[in-house]
Design a protein around this ligand. Structure first.
Ligand code: NAD
Length: 463
């Protein structure tokens, strides 16, 4: 597609023309914009956000407050405190051989940015990166997912009420919309979604040598060893796996459990699910649904495939297609060729795989792609050090899960197949800025002496 035929070319050009105006705004002006967004999330649109997410996949109101609104507001609060420092021209050292010069780093805006987001936390994963992009002084086009139409529509309304489109605009649409946007020569693309689409985004970006941040997914393992406090571990795992009905990029995908603990783990799992969601989670108002029929069918087929191959359903297993309900389900005795052990699950089904030695568990993790998160439940420092030193992962949380996402002092992101680049706090700000070097010469320095002609006395200076 040539740029002139591209339906978003005009919008892109408008933002491009405005990029220096936006890029030259002071930290105070940027914070003013962020405050506007914060007020919209916390007050003006709060109830509409809750309603839209409930309409999209029956997301409970409290979960919306905690996992959609709060993280973005918290990110804004953090940026408000730090932005002045981040935007300061930072003086760095200059080698003695370059005496007479001083050196600086300027965090300059990248320019016109594209943010493509997924459906599973649509508010959080669209507006979260937007906070970093605004902090960096960029213009932005947002493209949220088509799978949560009520929330995408609401976000479009919010963005047009809050910002001029020559600065920040939201485009709704399906895959074709994303593809058309990816044709344009953006200065940065921040993509959150699956590794498969991440590869498509990276390929499209390579055409213009656009830099990318790829926040992807994959299978996040959870190791529980014999020293762990099992009851607490299972409670936290059930929480991590069932929040958003398991549709969380950093949900514990599967558990690697010390063999001797299996029966006890199963008992605790049943007890904790009942405590969270009652005897019948289908009636619980605290439990979300699978986002649509396509994903419901995908999960149902994975469960059927596992059963056909001899897996044991140790807890849960009830499904109701009429409202995309899947009960929190624990599965064991899985063969490696099942889709539950091969693909990211992204639903409330938890495979349980036992191990005899930690080395076995570590080798298993290393036989797969580097995960976005790796969780360890253990009281042994020796064991946790061994696991951390012998595996690779985007992030790790010890004796809990999901929480690493909430600390803005920590970089959030994957490694290779689970992602490229980081988000949150300063790390998110860095993704949306170019670290421009500035060397300023004050007086004639040693290097100036070494210009041609290269005479003997100059050679001696270097020797
Ligand atoms: P997805 O990759 O299918 O879609 C994400 C976005 O890409 C959507 O806006 C969609 O319209 C667009 N898209 C889809 N196909 C495309 C194509 N061929 N070309 C261009 N754009 C395309 O992901 P999803 O199903 O919305 O979300 C689930 C995935 O996202 C999981 O793998 C999950 O782990 C991952 N995820 C990662 C994070 C993170 O922070 N690392 C957070 C949430 C979700």
């Amino acid at each position: 597609m040539n740029d002139n035929n591209n339906p978003y070319s005009q919008l892109f050009q408008k933002q491009k023309a405005n990029q220096f105006q936006v890029g030259n705004t002071s930290y105070k002006e940027r914070i003013k914009k962020l405050k506007r967004l914060k007020h919209a999330l916390e007050h003006t649109y709060k109830q509409e956000i809750r309603d839209a997410l409930f309409a999209d996949f029956k997301k409970p109101q409290l979960e919306t407050d905690l996992t959609e609104i709060y993280p973005v507001v918290d990110e804004i609060n953090f940026v408000k405190q730090e932005l002045k420092t981040w935007l300061k021209r930072k003086q760095v050292g200059t080698p003695l051989a370059m005496l007479g010069s001083s050196s600086y780093i300027i965090n300059e805006p990248k320019g016109v940015c594209l943010i493509i987001s997924p459906w599973n936390y649509p508010i959080n994963l669209t507006f979260g990166p937007l906070v970093s992009a605004i902090a960096g002084g960029n213009t932005v086009i947002l493209k949220p997912s088509e799978m949560t139409p009520n929330t995408s529509k609401l976000m479009a309304k919010m963005v047009s009420a809050l910002f001029d489109d020559n600065e920040i605009a939201l485009v709704e649409g399906e895959v074709e919309t994303a593809q058309a946007l990816l044709e344009l020569p953006f200065n940065h693309i921040f993509f959150t979604g699956s590794p498969a689409v991440g590869k498509i985004v990276m390929k499209a970006a390579s055409k213009h040598l656009t830099s990318v941040t790829l926040e992807l997914g994959g299978k996040s393992p959870t190791i529980v060893d014999e020293t762990a406090h099992l009851e607490k571990a299972v409670r936290k795992i059930v929480y991590g796996k069932c929040t958003n009905a398991g549709q969380t990029c950093i949900a514990p995908d599967y558990v690697l459990l010390q063999e001797s603990l299996k029966d006890e783990f199963v008992q605790h799992f049943r007890k904790e699910v009942k405590a969270f969601y009652s005897q019948n989670p289908e009636e619980s108002t605290s439990y979300s649904r699978i986002v649509n029929n396509k994903h419901f069918e995908r999960l149902k087929n994975s469960l059927d495939d596992a059963k056909d191959k001899g897996a044991s359903i140790d807890a849960g297993g009830a499904l109701n297609p009429s409202h995309c309900y899947i009960e929190p389900t624990l599965v064991s005795e899985l063969t490696e060729d099942t889709s539950l052990m091969q693909e990211e699950i992204f639903g409330p089904i938890l495979p349980l795989k036992t191990f005899k030695t930690l080395e076995e568990a570590v080798n298993y993790i290393n036989s797969k792609e580097k995960p976005l998160a790796l969780y360890i439940f253990s009281k042994s420092k020796k064991n946790t050090d061994y696991i951390i030193n012998n595996t690779r992962a985007g992030g790790t949380c010890l004796n809990h899960n999901l929480l690493q996402y909430l600390n803005h002092h920590l970089p959030f992101g994957g490694s290779n197949n689970s992602g490229i680049g980081k988000s949150h706090g300063y790390f998110g700000f860095l993704e949306f800025t170019n670290q421009r070097s500035l060397l300023k010469q004050h007086t004639l320095g040693a290097v100036d002496l070494l210009k041609p002609p290269y005479t003997n006395w100059k050679q001696k200076l270097v020797d």
